[in-house]
Design a binder for this molecule. Structure first.
Ligand code: UDB
Ligand code: ZN
Length: 184
């Protein structure tokens, strides 16, 4: 099982690399890695397990964060209507997105970043993501709100991009024209 000791932190070169596509159908080994990413996010949201193993509660995790430079991610997040978005995907890709932007009013953090980085992180308000599940079946998701933000944050990790790379360096809280504010 993945714990905080397996999660690499900013400054590690793997976090700035473009991760490799996963050959499909997946090997048993890649299936196990993908399942372990989802297991981490689920376990970390269980207060007993999180406490026992010292897990920081997370809503998403990408393979490069455990120093595996392959295109895999897991998300386990509830939207503002209480719908659960629980997915583990190989080779996820944003195949279309809105022109409209969105941002979390409280900014973003990261399991690989042990400090607060203030500022607005502009994201697309809506994205369509295509990927393949643990069995290698194609999945297509239309996302908005927090789930859309989480997928964009995790897909960025597959491309070596950190959330703070999107923050306006001079004016971190400069309003993003026309963007939807998402309260957490
Ligand atoms: C997180 N969690 O898991 F808007 F109920 C963050 C951490 C870094 C603070 C643990 C988080 O943002 N939780 C959250 C947000 C809400 C409402 C709510 C809970 N990640 C995952 C990560 O680092 N993946 O690589 C960071 C998030 C920032 C925006 C999306 C992912
Ligand atoms: Zn992150």
């Amino acid at each position: 099982m993945i714990t905080m000791n397996d999660i690499i932190r900013e400054g590690h070169p793997t976090l700035t690399k473009v991760a490799k596509e996963v050959p499909l159908p997946p090997t048993k080994e890649d299936q196990e890695i993908l399942k372990s990413l989802l297991e981490y996010v689920i376990n970390s949201q269980n207060p007993e397990i999180a406490n026992q193993y010292g897990l920081r509660p997370g809503i998403g995790l990408a393979a490069p964060q455990i120093n595996i430079s392959k295109r895999m991610l897991a998300v386990n997040v509830t939207d503002n209507k209480g719908n659960l978005f629980s997915y583990a995907l190989f080779n996820p890709k944003v195949i279309s997105h809105s022109v409209e932007k969105a941002y979390l009013t409280s900014g973003e953090g990261c399991l690989s970043v042990d400090r607060q980085v203030p500022g607005l992180v502009p994201r697309y308000a809506r994205v369509t993501v295509k990927g393949w599940d643990v069995e290698g079946n194609e999945v297509k998701l239309r996302l908005k709100g927090l789930p859309s933000i989480v997928f964009q944050h995790e897909i960025d990790h597959l491309n070596g991009i950190m959330f703070y790379d999107h923050i306006n360096q001079d004016r971190p809280f400069e309003p993003i024209p026309g963007a939807i504010a998402i309260e957490r």
